[in-house]
Design a protein around this ligand. Sequence first.
Ligand code: DWN
Ligand code: SAH
Ligand code: ZN
Length: 403
Amino acid sequence: MCRICGGAVSEFFDFGRQPLSDTFLRADEVSGEYFFRLAVGVCEDCSMVQLLDEVPRDRMFHADYPYHSSGSARMRNHFEQTARDFLDTELTGTDPFVVEIGCNDGVMLRTFREAGIRHLGFEPSRGVADLARADGIRVLTDYFEESSAVRIRESDGPADVIFAANTICHIPYLGSIFRGMEALLAPDGVFVFEDPYLGDIIRLNTFDQIYDEHFFLFSVNSVRTAARRFGFELVDVRRLPVHGGEVRYTIARTGARPVSPAVDALAAEERDRGLIDPATFERFGADVKRICGELVELLRRLRAEGKRVAGYGATAKSATVTNYCGIGPELVDVVYDTTPAKHGRLMPGSHIPVRPASELAETRPDFAVLFAWNHAEEIQVKEKAFHESGGRWITYVPDVRIT
Ligand code: DWN
Ligand code: SAH
Ligand code: ZN
């Protein structure tokens, strides 16, 4: 049943039994590993694309949540620029107040703290919330939802901007989020969020954007309908080049803001490109199977030729690739990553060991599968020596390729 409207959800792809994408295991945790069925479908009534089964939120977001948003220089710049844009546009009044849902290690709120702007982050994962606090940022170790939003309205007053990046699509209980908006957002305030864009996922076959945490895959049509259902209005949309293609949605109270022509334009483009047609989702499913087949064939061939293949970027996304395609340590012997919390652990489900990225240069495999393909440019500059000494990158979206 659709988490937005209660309609029937028509399943279009089943990835089967999958682990928690961000649970990097110690050897003694392997036997108790948690699995769920990762299947995705589209609502026949409101067109929202969503998972069929839900993982309880505390299993995913907890003190040991390993993803640190500040790990990429490009993303640090992206969020600093986003904060600066808000300072120039929405936060020009006296004593403005900005709230972030899922502030992680404070990658964006840092700029507001430096500018002396009243701010608050909601961040249920205590480890990353503590990192933000150590940086002087005000953080509540809690989920944003109706009850916590009501409490902050009472203690802090209305918010001019409520922002979320790569977080709203993680929240199946979207009705509670909008009731929280109703309570906390100033009458002319804006709720702005950015998430991976269904249009780009389908166009570029980036099927690994589908994993436990990504409960919704948003489009302009589905977000506009959801906002209306919860008493709000989608007033602007903007495509973003980060994380393989995202859309930033701006939502306001109904009638509070003029609606940009960009909303109708992108909604029409989605219809023209068949983003709500069953045939599009069928084609996507066929492409996922083809890409996995080609990737595994390549890895097997390289192994048979005696080549050594590693992985680069122990991403949440890579859980879907390794586990759906059946890639284990026999094909990819280690995955290199810069995140200390992931080092010495095993990748979820596939149990490939994770090692510090500095070891790529020391051990120099023949090939490295670029699981963090969304950071390709940044990583390929950083790891120039790997390529110059003859190492080659393997990517798998939109196609399997060696570069
Ligand atoms: O939506 C989400 C996004 C924002 O972050 C979360 N659900 C979880 C997470 O997803 P992900 O793990 O797929 O995100 P990234 O940003 O693709 O992860 C990059 C990984 O690669 C990190 O573990 C850090 C690592 N990395 C690296 O080893 N060298 C990253 C860079 C930039 C590098 O140079
Ligand atoms: N905004 C950051 C972090 C994205 S990861 C970025 O774009 O890089 C998603 C984050 O959302 C995690 O840190 C997780 O703990 C947090 N989260 C999940 N559910 C939440 C909720 N209901 N309220 C606030 N944060 C939430
Ligand atoms: Zn629906």
